[in-house]
Design a protein around this ligand. Structure first.
Ligand code: UT7
Length: 325
């Protein structure tokens, strides 16, 4: 049985419609919602985001990202023996977005399923894929985070609609004798479920409750800062490693203030944090693999370096993955 699972390729995809803060501010003003570029940049670090057009689904973004990850790994789709998709904006109630992605990749037969842990989704998906590879259940897993959050935003609520964007990131995770994923740390606490949620559901052919995102931003902020430090400390302890050994922090991209607070606690300088939220906003489960791919393709992340991936989000969920790239 393989000792480790290792990332052999990364890929990402952003839908072409690019919306700057100023463009969004003007669109919102037209419906009587007041905000400003200054407020958004100062409070979050976000300057722009991508929005998918009508008729594009999370599976479409996922397939583009997956193809790039396969190409980077020098692998073909028919070698894939597991697909896990992290998303809170699936194409439909069922089947899973992972099944749809599998079909769009032109393959069949391997297990394919979604995980739902909102912005921590990719960390959950990667942890499950790692366990399945180390147990011998799979050898080449596509792990994807994909979201079209623009479909669940309330554009009359300025406290949330300026924060999120659409996109997908993917990796190919392979069985390996070389490390690899070193340690993982996952948590959830459903007592906080109402501080970040989309409470609606389908019932009797109609949507019952709100199908739009609602968030108590301050509550999420406070909880996130503490929990991200805890999970970072826990995952390092599990691997028997010290903070100083981390080369790159690849965090969920929700707010630059949260990301830099974690970096300070890890004693990592700001230039050791991969930051993509300026031009992407918060893409929920897609943000960590999007940031990972950006770091790899820009040449910042080099083979053999130690990466700390971490996320926090609705549920409440939080967790981290420590790995050698
Ligand atoms: O991805 C899942 C995890 N999600 C997160 O990590 C998000 C965590 N939370 C946050 O990032 C921040 O709490 C926000 C960016 C959402 C908000 O920043 P904040 O510094 O906590 O602002 P606030 O909620 O305390 O609001 C400050 C003021 C309020 O006005 P008053 O009451 O002081 O007069 C808000 O009404 O800013 C106002 N405000 C806005 N003003 C202009 C809220 N949203 C906006 C806006 N434009 N878009």
């Amino acid at each position: 049985m393989p000792l480790y699972s290792r990332i052999t390729g990364t890929g990402s995809y952003l839908p072409p419609r690019f919306v700057t803060n100023q463009q969004l501010v003007e669109q919102l003003a037209a419906r009587g919602v007041e905000t400003s570029d200054e407020w958004i940049v100062e409070r979050t670090g976000i300057r722009a985001r991508h929005f998918a057009d009508e008729g594009t689904f999370s599976s479409d973004l996922a397939v583009e990202a997956a193809r790039k990850a396969l190409e980077a790994a020098g692998a073909s789709a028919d070698e894939v023996d597991l697909i896990i998709v992290a998303t809170s904006t699936p194409d439909m109630v069922f089947p899973s977005t992972a099944s749809i992605v599998q079909h769009k990749l032109g393959i069949a037969g391997c297990p394919a399923f979604d995980v739902q842990a909102v912005c921590t989704g990719f960390i959950y998906a990667l942890t499950v894929a790692d366990a399945m590879i180390r147990s011998g259940t799979a050898r080449k897993a596509l792990v994807i985070g994909t979201e079209i959050f623009s479909r669940i935003l309330d554009f009359d609520d300025r406290t949330t609609c300026v924060l999120f964007g659409d996109g997908a990131g993917a990796i190919l995770l392979e069985a390996s004798e070389q490390p690899g994923i070193l340690a993982t740390d996952l948590h959830a606490d459903g007592s906080y479920r109402e501080i970040l949620h989309v409470p609606g559901h389908v019932s009797g052919g109609e949507i019952s409750g709100s199908p739009l995102l609602q968030m108590d931003g301050q509550a999420v902020f406070k909880l996130a800062v503490g929990l991200l430090e805890k999970t970072a400390t826990a995952v390092l302890a599990k691997a028997g490693m010290e903070k100083e050994q981390v080369d790159w922090l690849v965090p969920h991209q929700a707010n630059i203030r949260i990301m830099m607070s974690t970096a300070r606690k890890l004693r990592l300088p700001a230039d050791k944090v991969i930051v993509t939220l300026e031009e992407q906003g918060n893409t929920s489960a897609a943000s960590i693999p999007l940031a990972l791919d950006a770091g790899v393709r820009s040449g910042q992340i080099q083979p053999g370096q130690t990466l700390l991936l971490e996320g926090v989000g609705g549920g409440f969920t939080w967790g981290s993955v420590l790995l050698k790239y």
